[in-house]
Design a protein around this ligand. Sequence first.
Ligand code: GLY
Ligand code: MN
Ligand code: MN
Length: 370
Amino acid sequence: MNDTSSAAGRRLARVRESIAERGLHGLLVSHLPNLRYLTGFSGSNGWLLLADDRAVFYTDGRYRQQIEEEIPESLGFEFQVPSEGLLGELAERADQLFAGSRVGFEGSRLSYDNWTRLSEGAGSVEWVPVAGIVEGLRAVKDDAEVDAIQKAAAIAGQALRETLAAVEIGVREADLAAELDYRMARLGAERPAFETIVASGLRTALPHAATGIRKLEAGDLLLIDFGARWQGYSSDITRTFAVAETTPRGLEVYDAVLAAQRAACAALTAGVRSGDVDAAARGAFQERGLEENFVHSTGHGLGLEVHEGPALRRTGEEPLEAGMVVTVEPGLYFPGWGGVRIEDDLLVTDSEPRPLVDLEKHDRLRALPL
Ligand code: GLY
Ligand code: MN
Ligand code: MN
């Protein structure tokens, strides 16, 4: 049962250890990125009932062939593909396998309806909500995962370089986003990592703007937040430019954001509290009296999900570990004027972080065309 010949086998072995340490007899894994991490399954409906001595994987008929292709035989999974009532059948099986024992489920990942089906169908099981068993493992990447994120960043970076040639007065935000998405696809992305954000003018003051149909005007700020997905892994990058001409205030705000980003990167090393990295960025803004305009956290873990652990936020207590991959993305936002954000992806090491994004980051605000 303890296959260690594959990454999935080693990961499952660690989850089983974690289950035992918590006094549980099993775990129901339903969060899709966790399933992908543990099994390789990339479909949209999968449930893994994991016990010490067996693993039963449930999915629906759409994925009958895919599970055989994606999930290594060496893991020894039993596959169940009910034609309907998947969760009812799973609950019945759990009731037999785990009668009277404690089984974990991913409390923050299960809908109320599914919880009701599960708890009613497997009444003899003591269901225990657990958090972070698989996510905790996922936070520290292995070499193959780091390579995948770096590749996702390389695709995105090259696509932006190519897209910047299309920036001109009168072009719409949506046109630039479409161009960038197209270029990422042509360069090998499975898809954009998230909906590409192209915001211009006053709309750059929205920290999470949706791409619109506004046309670029001379003197605008132009903020592009984008990423590619490659082999399931994402990149997440932001660059900010000026259109045609810079302004003194634009230069000054960009300078402050870059200083904050550098300060956070300088603080990013194994062993420091995640909150200390956030504090480094925030401190650079405080020195300039701009902290009120930094309205989000400094960064987040990146991997199979665009947002995963560890969070680089003010209250973050957990020490960072070598192998974590995080974004560092301070920004300043001024309603009625605009905003600047700069975002890179970095690997935490025991010394300096290793940048995973290879894309020019100008040391002062640049006007496009370059
Ligand atoms: N693009 C989403 C983020 O930067 O977190
Ligand atoms: Mn981003
Ligand atoms: Mn981000």
